[in-house]
Design a protein around this ligand. Structure first.
Ligand code: UD1
Length: 427
């Protein structure tokens, strides 16, 4: 198993390019099951373990998977040969459940292992299943698998009303509706940029869609969808994590290919924390250059996670690392997942002053953290420990880096380029 060895206390400065977004790439890849024609992705984060896992899952279902240099992926599924997403793959990556909608829509049946719990909470899929039922599917749970079947003529457009906003549930509803007969209305849909990217891909494949990025999405299902070329948007969470490295590392850091338009909540918080954030000229999608300068110790800010455009739950752990060394007291409230503070106990081992009560963490900034051996528990928690290691005195060893490899491409190389001392070693 790999570890990161970090020598803390070096200023973070320089320029790095943001990679393609994991959370966009996984639903985009699963949507390729909807057509027999090739879909070519550019700018995909092909090095991520989660992208490779999704590739293996699709191959197990009949997809031809070709990876080319420079983040290009070509996925073609002439025939779906298997409609079961097996436990072994789903267990390692929850996003595997995103093949449910496409399989059901194209083949009229799907058997997907129930993803079960994970370190950050129970994470049920009941809302995904209700959405499939609203389009006419019959759902049974047998031996740990969701078994879904359509009526003889396939899925029929319908009204999907989510009682709670769910990103994955909205993604499954969109892909299922793409090949359903007639119109589907998705109410209380998630508004995340990853939903917008998926809707854009489906539109390029020939689906009529309106309203992505709002709480009400209309989909006109089609009989057949086309292949296309599609650009994966840059990763707002990787960008945010690097911005936090700039904030904690007291330097001046420039990100290129940065999805600035998707980072408003974080930019606002970092500015409130006394960081200077400026942007260069942006593309029509709001992508471009962003610079963060943090000449002073950051000031404590309060934050509450929420659905987009609120503060992302995927940035809570990294901001907590920044708040651990801020001036003053920060109240952080996690509203999306009930158990997403596993990094707090490790930060405390590095000298952070954090008190947890239910969904709220009170972080009193300390002057300095000290390096320590720590263990990562999930993807974003690992990132927060690496950030803390950048500023801690002495050496930090982060174990279980495999969590980090699920969602960050070459993080140690990017941080080294920015002046940090981070090395990967095999234990
Ligand atoms: C969530 C995050 C997403 C993040 C991802 C990985 C939100 C709204 N979603 O997406 O930004 O990138 O984790 O960390 O911030 N729920 C149910 N039943 C369901 C589905 C969800 O009760 O069928 C609940 C979840 O337990 C959770 C909430 O709804 O409390 C939102 O979950 P959802 O958006 O579906 O999770 P992900 O798609 O994994």
């Amino acid at each position: 198993m790999d570890i990161f060895r970090i020598q803390g206390g070096r200023p973070i400065s320089g320029t790095v390019r943001v990679s393609g977004a994991k959370n966009a790439a996984l639903p985009l890849m699963s949507a390729t099951l909807l057509t027999e024609q090739p879909i070519r992705f550019v700018g995909a984060p092909t090095r991520l373990v989660d992208v490779q896992t999704m590739g293996r899952l699709l191959v197990s279902l009949g997809t031809e998977f070709t990876e080319r240099r420079g983040g290009e992926l070509v996925l073609t599924t002439p025939n779906v040969e298997e409609t079961t997403a097996a436990y072994d793959l789903v267990r390692t990556m929850r996003a595997s459940v995103l093949v449910l909608g496409p399989l059901l829509a194209r083949c009229g049946q799907a058997r997907v292992s129930m993803p079960g719990g994970c370190a950050i909470g129970s994470r049920p899929v009941d809302l995904h299943l209700k959405a499939m039922e609203a389009l006419g599917a019959r759902i049974d749970v047998e031996a740990g698998y969701v078994v879904a079947r359509t009526p003889p003529g396939g899925l029929v457009g319908g009204r999907v009303v989510f009682e709670k906003i769910t990103v994955g549930g909205t993604e499954n509803a969109l892909t299922a509706a793409a090949l359903a007969k007639g119109e589907t209305v998705i109410e209380n849909a998630a508004r995340e940029p990853e939903i917008v990217a998926l809707a854009q891909l489906l539109r390029t494949m020939g689906v009529e869609i309106e309203g992505e990025g709002t709480h009400r999405i209309l989909v006109q299902g089609q009989d057949r969808l086309e292949g296309c070329r599609f650009e994966v948007p840059p990763d707002r969470i990787e960008a945010g994590t690097l911005m936090c490295a700039g904030a904690i590392g007291r330097g001046s850091l420039t990100l290129t290919n940065c999805p600035v338009a998707h980072l408003e909540a974080l930019v606002e918080k970092l500015r409130e924390a006394d960081c200077r954030v400026h942007t260069g000229s942006l593309s029509s999608e709001g992508i471009g250059e962003l610079t963060i300068e943090a000449p002073f110790r950051p000031r404590a800010v309060d934050v509450m996670t929420g659905e987009y455009p609120g503060f992302p739950t995927d940035m809570q752990a990294q901001l907590m690392a920044v708040m651990s060394v801020a001036q003053g007291r920060s109240m952080m409230t996690e509203r999306i997942f009930e158990n997403r503070y596993l990094h707090a106990s490790e930060l405390i081992r590095m000298g952070a002053d954090i008190h947890l009560e239910g969904r709220t963490a009170t972080v009193r900034g300390v002057e300095r953290l000290s390096g320590a051996p720590v263990t990562a528990s999930d993807l974003r928690a690992s990132a927060s420990l690496v950030l803390a290691g950048l500023v801690a005195q002495g050496e930090t060893v982060v174990r279980r880096i495999y969590h980090l490899d699920r969602g960050y491409e070459n993080l140690e190389i990017k941080l080294t380029k920015l002046g940090a001392m981070v090395s990967r070693e095999s234990e």
